[in-house]
Design a protein around this ligand. Structure first.
Ligand SMILES: *Cc1c(COP(=O)(O)O)cnc(C)c1O
Length: 429
């Protein structure tokens, strides 16, 4: 499509957008009395109006039913988590029995590593990306430290990072595959971010999963920036496990519960170690208070505790919205919206001497979600501050990068145009 940098053209795209009406389902903060242009749905998604309704429902049931709410509320609490399985499975490309909701992301990855990182003295290495999200780095280091002494391997050699090539912004698939082959028999686990949080690059999860498993390793994915953003086929790709936070693209609210996936091929493997709790126990017999753990045959067998219903309520509201719309429509709009943003940036860049905006994110739509990470040449934090003061919420990463995530659920093409006009003023002033 040939884009035009004009309000009229942007409005025309909005009028043709079949998801346009969903903007009204979300609450936008205001700056100077005006709704903001929101680019940080990759950090904290906006609040859907239905979130409050779902939370109020729990508050009312608690007030009116107290303990009886576990079984007699409109949405009983004792198996509230099962309401997620169908809609969430559609979003991440899984079977309903393969997904669950519990805890928070890093906690879930740790718990899943109890099952899927079982190093031996010969097979103990973890392959991950260079400069992984800090929480993931600390997780790898602490997992390695936890096992190294008792198992007997050198912790200094356990974490193998795949690096970008000199002068390149993103990872090459070939380099990842080659590293996997190189580590070979010593490889215990491959764990990458499916979408890199910094560059927005989408990795070929199918190819990497297959390559890791060929070396006898387990392969897991941190899908913090992937869930609700890109097309996932976790079951089909034969992924061993995955987890994602719900507060980024999935709009569930600050620090909220995490979704996770365990492939069905592991559901009946009683030799897999896991940290157990009563909510992972055979559902029908959970309240018999039996002494021996008998796990649910499914991802819910990894559940541990009684459910945080008040946290789950807004996530359920959001998951149901996603399932109603479907990832396909969101992705279709996402591609057009992000391409339009890219175009707007190039138009403004053309007005200034040299290159101001260097887009770190891959150009190819199959290798990115909605986020564009933009390195600012000759501009700095003042530009970011100027945008904030003018109602454009972006996110700043050192050394000089703004990340822009036009979320298809609630961002409009006119937002992109307005952003361009504000940006233009900020740069040409
Ligand atoms: C946001 C993010 C996290 C956050 O983890 P929490 O445990 O929810 O705080 C972890 N990993 C990646 C890659 C992220 O982008």
């Amino acid at each position: 499509m040939d884009f035009i940098n004009s309000r009229e053209f942007a409005k025309q795209l909005d009028s043709q957008d079949e998801l346009n009406q969903y903007r009204d389902e979300f609450i936008f903060p205001k700056v100077n009395g005006k709704e903001v242009i929101y680019f940080t749905g990759n950090s904290l998604g906006l609040q859907p109006k239905s979130a409050k309704i779902y939370v109020d429902e729990v508050m009312d049931d608690w007030a009116n039913l107290a303990v009886e709410g576990h079984f007699y509320s409109e949405k009983p609490w004792w198996d509230y988590h099962e309401r997620f399985c169908q809609p969430l499975s559609e979003i991440v490309g899984a079977k309903p029995t393969e997904v669950g909701v519990m805890n928070t992301l890093t906690v879930n990855l740790h718990l899943l590593m109890v099952s899927f990182y079982q190093p031996t003295a010969k097979k103990y290495k973890i392959i991950c990306e260079e400069k992984a999200f800090p929480s993931d780095q600390y997780m790898f280091q602490s997992q390695v430290h936890f096992h190294a002494k008792s198992v007997g391997f050198n912790p200094e050699e356990a974490i193998v990072e795949v690096k970008k090539r000199e002068g390149e912004n993103t990872l090459r698939l070939d380099d990842i595959l080659q590293k996997i082959e190189e580590v070979g028999d010593e490889l215990a686990l491959v764990l990458f971010g499916g979408v890199n949080y910094y560059t927005g690059q989408v990795l070929d999860m199918k190819a990497i999963t297959e390559a890791g498993q060929k070396q006898g390793a387990y392969v897991g994915w941190d899908l913090a920036h992937a869930a609700g953003n890109i097309a996932l086929k976790l079951h089909e790709w034969n992924v061993d496990f995955a987890a994602w936070c719900s507060y980024k693209y999935m709009n569930s609210g600050p620090g909220n519960v995490s979704g996770y996936f365990v492939h069905e091929k592991h559901h009946n493997d009683n030799d897999l170690p896991r940290f157990a709790g009563w909510y992972g126990h055979n559902k029908e017999r959970r309240f018999l208070m039996e002494p021996k753990f008998d796990p649910v045959h499914g991802a819910n067998g990894w559940q541990i505790s009684n459910l945080p219903i008040l946290s789950m309520a807004p996530y359920l509201a959001s998951v149901e919205m996603f399932a109603k719309v479907g990832m396909e429509k969101l992705i279709k709009k996402r591609n057009l919206l992000t391409a339009y943003l890219e175009f707007i940036l190039s138009e403004i860049d053309a007005e200034v001497e040299g290159t101001t905006f260097e887009i770190l994110t891959p150009e190819n739509q199959t290798e990115r979600g909605c986020q564009l990470s933009v390195y600012l040449h000759g501009q700095g934090r003042e530009l970011f501050n100027y945008l904030m003061e003018n109602g454009v919420i972006t996110d700043w990463r050192e050394p000089n990068v703004i990340r822009l995530a036009p979320v298809p659920f609630y961002s409009s093409f006119e937002d992109m145009y307005d952003f361009g006009q504000i940006l233009r003023k900020g740069i040409l002033k």
